[in-house]
Design a protein around this ligand. Structure first.
Ligand code: UD1
Length: 416
């Protein structure tokens, strides 16, 4: 069990590079199961979630290799069709292998997935869509089992633009017979990334990035080589840390379009930002921020994954701000921990009223999930005194060597 020990108050200076996107990789890896060829992914971050997804693929019989940030997957030898509970409980995204397995092998079985505890995360949208593509599904003993001799294209309306459901259905539909239309699809950049990768493998898909995705089924897919997009949530986290600590930091390897909502909100807070054409954003913060309201929404709205880190900013701002969480129902577990550090936050249902304080003070706190952990790191770096954060394994799910990278720009943070 590791913990971070942070001595707050340092002004950070220098350049920090954003790694490849965790959520993109967690969809691209299951997509590799659709092909018997060789798939190569570049700029894959070393994260525990990625490690567990690779274990899932290995368990299913794929040949998997990770050297540095390059991952190679050969899907020829898929022999297993079942993801056991011991693997599925490690990551929520393990459910993304169901669509590809039914499409490629005609049968698949996954234990109900685990992941961060941020509210109930049902799979009804995934399952309804798979049924509409012709799969027979049974849910028993904590497993979901699906089969179909041949999936058939259909018109699917999602009740909510779920990222995972959109991805699962795209992957199932690429090998279905005929055409599929997914309406009210998620528009997240990771969905566009999946489309690009699948098309490089030989799929015929259009429309990702809009709410309507059209898939024309093909008989088989080949291998592909692909560079993963930068992680927009990691970029947003670094910008937030720089603003919270009133620092001078350049965040590099950012796709500007992917962080527009976050940048717009940071500007509303009064963050001084320069945007450069070479995919860099510089934060030069000297003054205290002002409190503003914020509401999480599916993309291109403000991302729910940035809600917790932004609560740290709101806690330090001058004035009152309201954070409304509309995507997940139980994503305010970081509030009690920020309160231990002196934050003034009142939760009312799915909204949190944050009254800014002049400074936070170091304390012993617990990361209850990945982004809550990032919020506490930002708070610890900005606070007076020493903060100890338990539950670092949550942070490892989504940030590679965070302590090391923050130390390189002057953060006083060590892992014990
Ligand atoms: C993905 C991201 C996660 C991000 C989330 C929302 C990955 C690996 N994870 O998670 O970081 O926070 O998108 O941007 O990409 N829902 C249903 N039924 C379903 C599916 C979802 O009701 O079948 C609900 C969920 O409970 C939640 C909302 O839809 O309230 C959003 O979930 P979804 O977009 O599916 O998130 P994930 O794909 O799990």
């Amino acid at each position: 069990m590791s913990r971070y020990v942070i001595r707050g108050g340092n002004r950070l200076e220098g350049t920090i590079r954003v790694n490849g996107s965790k959520n993109a990789v967690l969809a691209l890896l299951p997509a590799c199961l659709l092909s018997e060829g060789t798939c190569v992914l570049h700029d894959v971050p070393k994260l525990s979630d990625v490690y567990w997804m690779l274990q899932v693929l290995k368990h299913l019989g794929a040949d998997v290799d990770m050297r540095g940030s390059v991952v190679t997957v050969e899907g020829k030898g898929i022999t297993q069709n079942e993801v056991p509970n011991s693997l599925a409980c490690r990551i929520r995204a393990s459910n993304l292998v169901l669509g590809p397995m039914i499409a490629r092998c005609g049968w698949g079985k996954v234990a109900y997935p685990g992941g961060c505890s941020i509210g109930s995360r049902p799979m009804d949208e995934h399952l309804r869509g798979l049924k509409q593509l012709g799969a027979s599904l049974t849910e028993k003993h904590g497993f979901i089992e699906g089969s179909a001799k041949q999936l058939t294209g259909n018109e699917i309306y999602l009740d909510f633009p779920s990222v995972g459901a959109t991805e699962n259905l795209m992957m199932a539909a690429v090998l279905a017979q005929g055409n599929t239309l997914i309406h009210n699809a998620a528009r997240e950049p990771e969905v566009v990334e999946l489309q690009n990768f699948l098309c490089a493998m030989g799929a015929k898909i259009k429309g990702a990035g809009t709410s309507g995705i059209a898939v024309e089924g093909v008989r088989s897919l080949g291998g592909a080589e692909h560079r993963v997009i930068p992680d927009r949530i990691e970029a947003g986290t670094f910008l937030t840390i720089a603003a919270a600590t009133r620092s001078d930091v350049v965040v590099s390897n950012v796709i500007l379009e992917h962080v527009e909502a976050v940048v717009a909100k940071l500007r509303e807070f009064g963050t001084k930002l320069n945007i450069y054409e070479n995919n860099e954003i510089r934060v030069r913060q000297t003054k205290r921020l002002r409190g503003v309201d914020c509401k999480t929404m599916p993309y291109p709205g403000f991302p729910t994954d940035m809600q917790a880190p932004f609560m740290t900013l709101m806690s330090l701002a001058d004035g009152v701000g309201v954070m409304s969480e509309t995507v997940f129902e139980n994503r305010f577990k970081h509030v009690d921990e920020l309160a231990r550090m002196g934050a003034n936050i009142r939760v009312e249902g799915r909204a949190a009223v944050v009254k800014g304080v002049k400074s936070l003070s170091g304390a012993c706190v617990m990361a209850s999930d990945l982004r809550a952990g990032a919020a506490l790191v930002a708070a610890g770096l900005a606070a007076e005194g020493i903060t100890e954060i338990d539950g670092v394994h949550y942070i490892d799910r989504g940030y590679e060597a965070l302590d090391h990278r923050l130390r390189e720009i002057g953060g006083d943070i060590v892992r014990i």
